[in-house]
Design a protein around this ligand. Structure first.
Ligand SMILES: Cc1cc2nc3c(=O)[nH]c(=O)nc-3n(C[C@H](O)[C@H](O)[C@H](O)COP(=O)(O)OP(=O)(O)OC[C@H]3O[C@@H](n4cnc5c(N)ncnc54)[C@H](O)[C@@H]3O)c2cc1C
Ligand SMILES: O=C(O)CCC(=O)C(=O)O
Length: 318
């Protein structure tokens, strides 16, 4: 949309419903990345929230799987930071009242707010539909080396997630394994997140996501039955009605984690040839929360690559 004169293709070895993004709860709750200034993270979150809020307020909302969701983040003791940097972007952020806290007898402090949730796969399918409507080609293919794309494309945008560890040999990128359950419990309407980030209940349009785990450097995609029981028990202790949940499905994903998202241009050179690359990966536990903001920045960097190519072709003509 930003560069209508360019043609675009998406090359991936897995599409929805088989990506990490399909495992995610898709909640808009940012995680702080130590290597990116807070004001930049805030901007990415704000741009993403504003964009998705408009979709949630349109006729597209149900097909796109975007909806507001209200609930509580609860803490066993008052956190150091009572006002997270994103508190003025989500809606109606406020401390929980004593009466609300009675629902959670183990917890002493809480924050109530309304945020947005992207239901996957519907959101990814909707994005794919938008791409196809613009004649974007989707190719299923594993790329072993970015140079494989050199003969066909002028610019490569690398959005490989955890796949970038192998694809570009990024040793700063590591997996944080997450195991969640997707259950049928349509009576659960409010989200609940323990402030430790480990236990959460996120109701979506079609299922409720129950989490979770955060296992650094674990590459295993196999579900662990004892973890399933542990996650289920932890969620039931916060929301006892989940004991009647049905159709429990277990999902595992690897969060593509780094100190900061890698969002930068790189000019690769090989035997006199050049390949322009824009990297946009390493979103960790916050890929949904920041995806539109980081994509806008990636598009700006693509614009710089186009200007570079136009400059070098006019120099070549001279
Ligand atoms: C359990 C869990 C819960 C989560 N919940 C949330 C949440 O509530 N909110 C939130 O904001 N975030 C959440 N996340 C984080 C979020 O899922 C990630 O940040 C996000 O999915 C990363 O998206 P991505 O597009 O970079 O990676 P992916 O979704 O993994 O997409 C990468 C794509 O690149 C392709 N690819 C990779 N390597 C190659 C290659 N060599 N050749 C060809 N194609 C390749 C893959 O096939 C895939 O299509 C959660 C993650 C997990 C695991
Ligand atoms: O931490 C959160 O609550 C949102 C992200 C998430 O659900 C996860 O990474 O497991």
């Amino acid at each position: 949309e930003t560069f209508p004169a360019c043609s675009l293709a998406v090359v991936a070895d897995r599409f929805t419903p088989d990506t990490t993004s399909d495992v995610a709860a898709g909640m808009l709750i940012p995680h702080t990345a130590p290597g990116t200034p807070i004001h930049v993270q805030k901007q990415w979150f704000k741009e993403t929230f504003t964009y998705l809020f408009a979709i949630s307020n349109s006729a597209e909302a149900s097909e796109a799987g975007i909806h507001p969701v209200s609930g509580w983040q609860i803490f066993k003791s008052t956190p150091k930071e009572e006002l997270p940097f994103w508190s003025d972007i989500v809606l109606g952020f406020r401390p929980m009242s004593e009466a609300e806290l009675q629902k959670f007898p183990q917890h002493r402090f809480g924050q109530a707010f309304t945020t947005l949730k992207c239901d996957c796969p519907p959101y990814l399918l909707w994005l794919e539909k938008r791409l196809k409507a613009k004649d974007v080609q989707l190719y299923t293919r594993k790329v072993a080396n970015l140079w494989e794309l050199h003969s066909e494309y002028n610019i490569v945008v690398n959005c490989a997630g955890i796949g970038a560890h192998q694809l570009v040999g990024d040793q700063k990128l590591f997996p944080v394994r997450g195991q969640v359950l997707k259950v049928h419990a349509p009576w659960v309407k409010n989200f609940v997140r323990d402030g430790d980030g480990l236990t959460y209940i996120y109701p979506g349009i079609h299922s409720v996501t129950l989490g979770g785990t955060r296992e650094k450097e674990s590459w295993s995609l196999s579900p662990d039955p004892s973890t399933t029981k542990d996650v289920f028990d932890r969620c039931c202790s916060l929301e006892p009605s989940l004991q009647r949940a049905q159709d429990i499905r277990v999902k595992v994903g690897l969060r593509p984690t780094r100190a900061c998202v890698r969002l930068q241009k790189e000019v690769l050179s090989q035997g006199g040839a050049k390949l322009l690359v824009v990297h946009n990966y390493g979103h960790g536990a916050g890929g949904f929360s920041t995806h539109w903001g980081t994509a806008k920045e990636a598009a700006r960097l693509v614009g710089e690559c186009i200007a570079y190519l136009q400059g070098s072709s006019s120099r070549a003509k001279l």
